[in-house]
Design a protein around this ligand. Sequence first.
Ligand SMILES: NC(=O)c1ccc[n+]([C@@H]2O[C@H](COP(=O)([O-])OP(=O)(O)OC[C@H]3O[C@@H](n4cnc5c(N)ncnc54)[C@H](OP(=O)(O)O)[C@@H]3O)[C@@H](O)[C@H]2O)c1
Length: 347
Amino acid sequence: MGLFNTLLNVVAPPASLLMLAFAWPTLTFLHACEWFLHSLYREDMEDKVVVITGASSGIGEQIAYEYAKRRANLVLVARRETRLWGIRENARLIGAKAVLVMAADVVKEEDCRRFIDETVNYFGRLDHLVNTASLGHTFFFEEANDTSVFPHMMDINFWGNVYPTYVALPYLRQRNGRIIVNASVESWLPMPRMSLYAAAKAAVINFYETLRFELKDDVGITIATHGWIGSEMTGGKLMLEEGAEMQWKEEREVPVIGGDIEEYARLIVAGACRGDEYVKFPSFYDVFLVYKVFAPEVLGWTFRLLLSSYGTARRASLIGTGRPPMYLEPATPPKPLTPPPRREIQG
Ligand SMILES: NC(=O)c1ccc[n+]([C@@H]2O[C@H](COP(=O)([O-])OP(=O)(O)OC[C@H]3O[C@@H](n4cnc5c(N)ncnc54)[C@H](OP(=O)(O)O)[C@@H]3O)[C@@H](O)[C@H]2O)c1
């Protein structure tokens, strides 16, 4: 066995590289043809049913508007119900057919079962499940002195994808539907101060890549990996429970530099309707993959050089670091939202 492995160590790398030299251009050509064909035939979302978790802000909210433009029926899920009602009004104005609002915690399986069941009872179908719910953090791992927040990171960022997927799958199968996953470039290009978030996102990717094999063509999966995008998350919002929203003041006052959130939402919904397996924004990050495989040291040195100032410029979030509450203030509402006409489900 030892001799066999030694032999493969010598033979396999050059043989694989040679194969790659032929396979890569061929696959690139095939992907280009596939992309062209899919651009001609896009899924028509009119009257279809889309459940979006994490729809109360950021990317989830903008994704709701993109589906609204396509005249889909929407189910908006998050814990802050008042925000969802305002987004519902906006979505209806943009073109959504019926919009349901569901206050739910994606970490609780019973909540997920409830919003999926109510969706199917009301509309009789489910076509797309968009998982956007997430929680970020910005502390060095050693700064953490409250380990009780660690499971929250995994709960929201990993199990918060798994539970909705599990309960939605039987209905998605019936419609040949699609799951849209918001992962992050962090899943394979981890940055300092985001260790638990990056680990959870890597787990999310591996979970859905495995599921892709298991589901074959019955249910499509679009995995989105994006870089820094301006949102509540990048603004330092921290919220573990409904009603406990707080924000790291200094972080929020620093203007967020990031990608255009509307553009990203447009790309992800267009990609999902085209049947794309991946959506990347911005796509230039891909070049780092080459370095990661062939010259990881260069990547390490570059990041250390570039991010050495990043480490001191950003302040650690309260989450997990137990910093005194005097540094915190309640988050201000991001924009005026229309109050709910009624609290029960609206068609
Ligand atoms: N912004 C970026 O730069 C960036 C970069 C890479 C990847 N991403 C990914 O993109 C996705 C969206 O991020 P974003 O920037 O739009 O974040 P965001 O503005 O903070 O939105 C997160 C959403 O998740 C919801 N949420 C959090 N915990 C929840 C729970 N337990 N149950 C139900 N809903 C919950 C929040 O609503 P409530 O608080 O009302 O529940 C909110 O609507 C995330 O998956 C994130 O990891 C973002």
